[in-house]
Design a protein around this ligand. Structure first.
Ligand SMILES: Cc1cc2nc3c(=O)[nH]c(=O)nc-3n(C[C@H](O)[C@H](O)[C@H](O)COP(=O)(O)O)c2cc1C
Length: 176
């Protein structure tokens, strides 16, 4: 079934805040820009992120039990460009930014004090181009200074390093 004509323009109106997800497995580090993320439980606290099946970060996250979730500030557009327009399949993004090792070996972006380390609890793949990863926050920090989220409208000119159509074929039955 085709989706309603105004679906894209409707959800674009939300102007979601942008985040960078990071993960490590063995010697491999990964990270990508995401707009699909939200708190999804209060007690217990849960946070969901949706990762594109096309992304290098998705493949590394499959092998990582923990993720870093960084809320980007308006001053972080350069980080959005680095993590959203390049792919870890071609470049080491972490050689181009300052990072440190956080809890559970998760790579954390030094520039982003508003961040969490989360533990993966569940994954949901309903056949679409993104997989829902539900997580439990195990560490959260809030920056000292003011914070104005970087929003989709600040980065909607960026071209993703991996368009969703890059996901492996054949597609699942529902995704075709
Ligand atoms: C505005 C914007 C929003 C994006 N939102 C998501 C998202 O919610 N989930 C996701 O997995 N990728 C998203 N991407 C795509 C990845 O950030 C992009 O393809 C990245 O280059 C993948 O890097 P990787 O292959 O190193 O993981 C978005 C990209 C842009 C530019």
């Amino acid at each position: 079934m085709s989706e309603p004509v105004d679906f894209d323009s409707l959800v674009t109106r939300l102007d979601v805040p942008m985040s960078v997800i990071t993960a490590a497995a063995g010697d491999e580090r990964a990270g990508c820009l995401i707009g699909f993320h939200a708190q999804c439980s209060i007690h217990p606290g849960r946070y969901a992120v949706w990762l594109s099946k096309a992304n290098h970060t998705f493949r590394v996250a499959l092998m990582a039990g923990h993720l870093g979730v960084h809320f980007l500030d308006r001053s972080d557009r350069d980080l959005a460009e680095l993590f959203g327009t390049l792919t870890g399949d071609d470049v080491d993004k972490f050689s181009r930014c300052e990072w440190e090792t956080g809890a559970q070996g998760v790579p954390l972006l030094v520039r982003c004090p508003n961040r969490m380390v989360v533990r993966r609890t569940t994954m949901l793949d309903e056949g679409s181009d993104h997989v829902c990863v539900v997580t439990e926050p195990i560490e959260a920090s809030v920056g000292d200074g003011p914070f104005t989220p970087l929003r989709l409208s600040d980065v909607d000119d960026l071209v993703p390093g991996h368009p969703v159509d890059d996901r492996p074929r054949p597609p699942t039955e529902r995704g075709s």
